[in-house]
Design a protein around this ligand. Structure first.
Ligand code: FAD
Length: 438
């Protein structure tokens, strides 16, 4: 009697997308292996050791410093399933908008929004009309058009650029709404305010141990996650099977799920799906420079700070954020700041060195003392830029993939971890229903 063998799936990339795909595909009859090129899992979502000046334990985050967890959402479910211990992670201290050469309370808070610079009374009243604005019908809108429609031109002109630069490192007129699918969901539920109230509270949370603990917990619970295993080539076999070639080894599978950043995915797909590879190559990438610095603590900043800068006033400096003093990732007594530079914005060459960048930071944060430790982290391909038209491109790309070959990740679903969690959970349900051959 023939015993049916399980469907074997190879997931390429052990970043959050690959691990989530594997997590949601686990079920009887599917045998899943994850290949990760580097020595550790997590991709951008990694917490790295960065000891303090006296060798004290200390850490930095390569990617997210905190996770926005909506109650009942996919990320919430995942964190519960993994039974990870969580702590609040949003800095509760002062947050500012740097604009017009000085700093103002951040418009990301209600009080800050009301006192925001550059807005007249009419523009403030226009923001209050948000709950009465009907949902849009445009298939692919920019963030600029979406916020102009919902909150008015004043908000979109004066405040939106800094808010978006600080999160997505690009101007809102270049970013399509597919980058933040959560906003469209809120709009469909009655608008940003009403939809937000209906969706329930969102908390910024983090596993104790940092973002990296999420990736590590996923990898441990999954098993079958292999590090130091870069995929070098894909080969299509007869009967719809696939062969993945690594360095000096290869393995066969019924399906392959590619979760690599666009250009790396394109290099693998070129011989087996040239049209899809061409589409991937057209997705613009954003490179970020991130600086981590530790300073003597400043009185009043113990609960953490946040600074966003209205571009182009920062000359390429987008913003900075710190851990709260009681954050276990930091070093006691020191303020740990992370500063973002670049993305889609031109950077003044003076800001490529710490000395010039620190001078610029001090323009906005004059109280910031000289650091005791500094470390630069270059983030090439930090974010995909999902411009308007992205959805159509994804549609074409998926249509060009041969059977059994799948593509996922931040460049398909948007870079935010909550959105990735939501979309990959949904994708996996459909994929598993067809035993991932579709
Ligand atoms: C500085 C920064 C700050 C961020 N802040 C936030 C935030 O506050 N909130 C938020 O939600 N998101 C944030 N993000 C975005 C978020 O971290 C990413 O969108 C998300 O981690 C992307 O996950 P991914 O798995 O799709 O891709 P990646 O993390 O890029 O993972 C891809 C993986 O594939 C591996 N790989 C590459 N080539 C191969 C190969 N040939 N074979 C096998 N493996 C390969 C890579 O080593 C990597 O591990 C931030 C990102 C950065 C860079």
């Amino acid at each position: 009697m023939d015993i049916p063998h399980p469907t074997r799936v190879i997931v390429l990339g052990g970043g959050i997308s690959g691990l989530l795909a594997a997590w949601h595909l686990r079920r009887p009859g599917l045998e899943i292996e994850v290949w990760e090129a580097s020595a550790s899992v997590g991709g951008w979502a990694q917490t790295l050791a960065w000891p303090g000046p006296q060798g004290e334990p200390g850490f930095l985050e390569r990617g997210p410093q905190g996770l926005l967890v909506g109650r009942g959402g996919a990320l919430d479910r995942l964190l519960r399933d993994l039974d990870l211990k969580l702590r609040p992670s949003r800095p509760k201290g002062p947050r500012w908008l740097g604009k017009g050469g000085r700093r103002h309370p951040s418009p990301a808070t209600l009080a800050g929004l009301w006192q925001a610079p550059g807005l007249g009374m009419f523009e403030q009243l226009r923001m209050l009309a948000e709950p009465f604005i009907p949902a849009g019908t445009e298939a692919e809108e920019t963030l600029q058009a979406f916020f102009t429609r919902r909150l008015g031109e004043g908000f979109a002109r004066e405040l939106l650029p800094a808010l978006v630069a600080g999160v997505l490192a690009a101007p809102p007129e270049r970013i399509g709404m597919d980058t933040l699918p959560r906003l469209k969901r809120l709009e469909a539920r009655g608008g940003l305010l009403i939809g937000g109230l209906r969706a329930g509270p969102e908390h910024t949370r983090l596993p104790v141990g940092g973002t990296g603990a999420l990736a590590q917990a996923l990898a441990q619970r999954l098993g079958g996650v292999i590090t130091d295993r870069p995929a070098r080539a894909l080969e299509r076999l007869p009967e719809g099977r696939w062969r993945v070639h690594g360095e000096g080894l290869s393995t066969d599978a019924e399906a392959v799920v590619v979760t690599l950043p666009p250009r790396r995915a394109a290099a693998l797909l070129r011989p087996v799906a040239p049209e899809a590879a061409r589409s991937l190559e057209t997705i613009p990438r954003l490179d970020l420079r991130v600086w981590h610095s530790r300073h003597p603590m400043v009185k009043g900043w113990e609960r953490g700070i946040g600074l966003l800068i209205h571009p182009p006033e920062g000359r390429g400096l987008l913003g900075a954020v710190s851990f709260a003093a009681d954050d276990p990732r930091g070093v006691p007594g020191l303020l740990q700041v992370r500063t973002y530079v670049g993305g889609a914005y031109p950077v003044d060459p003076a800001l490529n060195e710490w000395s010039g960048l620190f001078q610029e930071l001090r323009r906005w944060l004059p109280d910031l003392p000289e650091p005791v430790q500094v470390r630069e982290d270059l983030c090439p391909d930090a974010f995909p830029l999902l411009e308007p038209g992205h959805r159509a491109r994804v549609g074409r790309l998926l249509g060009d993939l041969p059977l059994g070959l799948h593509w996922l990740g931040a460049a398909r679903f948007g870079p935010g971890l909550p959105d990735l969690a939501e979309s990959i959970e949904e994708w996996a349900q459909t994929a598993a229903a067809s035993r991932i051959k579709g």
